[in-house]
Every structure is written in structure tokens, then in C-alpha cells.
Design a protein around this ligand. Structure first.
Ligand code: IPM
Ligand code: MN
Length: 380
């Protein structure tokens, strides 16, 4: 990107603490832009609980079209106690992930200096790996049903950029009500995320990729997944690879996190193990996530939720959002600015003068944003 040019970034502050943390994220990204001689043109979108209750609208097609005119999306958080669980998450967050085909969920797991780790004896450097989670398939395709005693017919459909699949099911239940949910994994869908993981390892000078599954039980879906790991690995003879079952990897994340470099995982297991990853890196207040389509519009967010009980109190830690902003800068080609933001976060944490409640301090959300922004500009 030529200096002086403006990047168009969509911002969806969302619910609960979303607007506060995203405000600090913008502050820091604007500081990084100023330092590196580019501009960010923010376009704000109202989607979230308040908008939903006022208009009955989650994320309309017209909104998706306007979002897609931006280079990337910066998201605060979604979720509200007034809404039925899942309505906002599925109607806005997952809708964006699927619509923009953001098939990579990138989650750096890194214990920064100055942060307490709940694992005894582990230091920065011991916890430094990346989870690369598939983000469009698996049980997240959201098809299934409940069937009562007797004969039921059901048509289920999944529409993705890569394919469209229809299931016509005759469900004949002899007994009490049942429920079923179908997980779908495709050859291409697996191939592209696994290749992304190997490419990522290569680019970052890593030597090993660990692929997660539960192929010992769920043999159809994760059998296909394993085949794709084997096939892609052939193109990267310099990178070792191995398989870990999902139950075992949760043990090893705790016992020997230093063993991991790049972990590639199907969607559902990735959701679970990345929360564990967030905890060993010091808590949800520090864990960023990227939803990436390498050829399209990507979205960046903290991995924590909207924490409604802290809404408007200026106490939440904005560092996960700020770090997510660094991932955003990296994706739009502002790598130097991205590095500066992470460095600034690290040095604020190392100094330990400004600490939010979750880090054992008494500083506010905006104190933290100010401190990082100042560091970025070399003024702190
Ligand atoms: C995450 C979240 C989402 C997910 C929810 C909010 C739908 O937990 O980003 O990990 O399950 O992917
Ligand atoms: Mn999750």
C-alpha cells in the first residue's frame, strides 16, 4: 500500500462492551496509521442487539453489500441477555463468516511478557503457537432437526461458495423424540484450510504442523480430513506433521504447550481448544481472532463475548481487540504497523503501570487504549 492512501475499514461495534473496546482499537489503529503514513476511513455499522430490537433486522443483504465495499471488518462483540441465545451470533457473526467465505479462523496463542500464566512454571516463549481453525464447515453448517415418533420427511441444505449440498431424509422414529445435527466436511474445504496452515508454517519459519481430529470415533468426516492432511503435507516435505486427537490435545496444551507451533483444526474442536488457548495465554482479555478470506473481506474480533454486565463501565480490557486490530493491519498489507501495535501492547504489559481489572489493576478501558496508542507513536 502506497503511503498516503486510505484503507476503507468497516466497523461493527456491536453489543455490551463492544463499543468501548472497539473505540480503543480504533484509537490505536489510527495512531499506527499516523505513524506509518496511511489513513483509515472507518465506516460504522449499527448491527447488534439494539438495532435488532428496534428494527427486527439482524444483518440485511443490503448491509452485506455495503460491508463488502470495505477492505476488512473490525468487530467488537455480539450477544445480549434480551435475545434468545444464538440469534445474534448466528444472524450476524456466523452470517458474515459464511457470506464472506472467511474460511480461516486465526488464533495466535502467545503469552506476552508481564502477563500471569495460570500454568505453573510456564514463561513467555513456552506459550507461543497459532491455532488455525476451519471456519465454515463441520457442525457449524447448522443443519439438523428434531423428530417425534413416526414418519418424518426432511429436506436440509447447505450452501457454500465451494458447493451446495442437499439432504432428503426419511426419518422413521420408533420410540420417543430424537434430535440430530449433521456435520459436513468437504474435500476442498479441508484442503484449503490445511494448505493455509502449511503455508503459514512455512512463512513463519515453523517446522511442525499438528492436525486435530477425532478420527477414532467420527471416522467419516475426520477420515476425509486426515486424507487431506496427508495429501497436502506431501507438498511441504520440509515441514513435519502429526495428528492429535482433540481430547488428548487439551491435555497437552496444559502439560506441554511449548511443544506446539501450528495447530490446524476442524471448526467445532477449534472453537473449544481456542478458548483453552486463550486461558493459557493469560485470559480472554488478551486473546484476538481473525476470520480470514485470503482473497476477500476478512473480519477481526476479540474472541471474548460482549460481557453485558460490564457494559458502559469502562473497565473491560481492550487489548484483545487492539491485538485483533494488529491482525487486521497485517492482513491489509500494513505489516510494519501491525508489528508496532503488538510491540506497543507488549511494552505496556511489560512495564505494568497501566493494568485493567482482569490484569489485577484499576485502570480503565480508555487508559489502556491511550497507553498503547502513545507507545505506538513513541510518546509513552
Ligand atoms: C467464537 C465464538 C463463536 C463460535 C460463537 C459466538 C458463535 O464462540 O468465535 O469462537 O462458536 O465460533
Ligand atoms: Mn468460541
Amino acid at each position: 500500500m502506497v503511503s498516503g492512501m486510505a484503507h476503507k475499514i468497516a466497523v461493527v461495534p456491536g453489543d455490551g462492551i463492544g463499543p468501548e473496546i472497539i473505540g480503543e482499537g480504533r484509537k490505536v489503529l489510527d495512531a499506527a496509521a499516523e505513524k506509518h503514513g496511511f489513513k483509515i476511513k472507518w465506516e460504522e455499522f449499527p448491527y447488534g442487539a439494539d438495532h435488532y430490537f428496534a428494527t427486527k433486522e439482524l444483518l440485511p443483504d443490503e448491509g452485506l453489500k455495503r460491508l463488502s465495499k470495505n477492505e476488512a471488518i473490525y468487530l467488537g462483540a455480539l450477544g445480549d441477555p434480551r435475545a434468545t441465545p444464538g440469534v445474534l451470533e448466528k444472524g450476524i457473526l456466523l452470517k458474515m463468516r459464511f457470506y464472506f467465505d472467511e474460511y480461516v479462523n486465526l488464533r495466535p496463542i502467545r503469552l506476552l511478557e508481564g502477563v500471569d500464566c495460570p500454568l505453573k512454571g510456564k514463561k513467555p516463549g513456552d506459550i507461543n503457537f497459532t491455532i488455525i481453525r476451519e471456519n465454515t464447515e463441520d457442525f457449524y453448517v447448522g443443519i439438523g432437526h428434531r423428530a417425534k415418533q413416526g414418519k418424518n420427511k426432511q429436506e436440509l441444505e447447505v450452501i457454500r461458495d465451494l458447493y451446495r449440498v442437499k439432504f432428503g431424509l426419511d426419518v422413521d422414529v420408533d420410540g420417543d423424540e430424537i434430535a440430530y445435527q449433521i456435520g459436513v466436511i468437504s474435500k476442498k474445504g479441508s484442503e484449503r484450510i490445511i494448505r493455509y496452515a502449511f503455508e503459514y508454517a512455512k512463512k513463519k519459519g515453523k517446522t511442525k504442523v499438528t492436525a486435530v481430529d477425532k478420527a477414532n470415533v467420527l471416522d467419516k468426516v475426520y477420515g476425509l480430513w486426515r486424507e487431506q492432511v496427508e495429501a497436502v503435507a506431501k507438498d511441504y516435505p520440509e515441514i513435519q506433521y502429526e495428528f492429535n486427537f482433540v481430547d488428548a490435545i487439551t491435555m497437552w496444551f496444559v502439560k506441554q504447550p511449548e511443544y506446539y507451533q501450528v495447530v490446524v483444526t476442524p471448526n467445532m474442536f477449534g472453537d473449544i481448544i481456542s478458548d483453552l488457548g486463550a486461558m493459557i495465554q493469560g485470559g480472554l482479555g488478551l486473546a484476538p481472532g481473525g476470520n480470514i478470506n485470503p482473497d476477500g473481506v476478512s473480519m477481526f474480533e476479540p474472541i471474548h463475548g460482549s460481557a453485558p454486565k460490564y457494559k458502559g463501565m469502562n473497565v473491560a480490557n481492550p487489548l484483545a481487540t487492539i491485538w485483533a486490530g494488529a491482525l487486521l493491519l497485517d492482513e491489509i498489507g500494513q505489516e510494519k504497523a501491525a508489528e508496532d501495535v503488538v510491540r506497543a501492547v507488549e511494552s505496556v504489559l511489560r512495564e505494568g503501570k497501566v493494568r485493567t481489572k482482569d490484569l489485577g489493576g484499576t485502570n480503565t478501558t480508555s487508559d489502556m487504549g491511550d497507553a498503547v496508542a502513545k507507545k505506538v507513536l513513541g510518546k509513552g
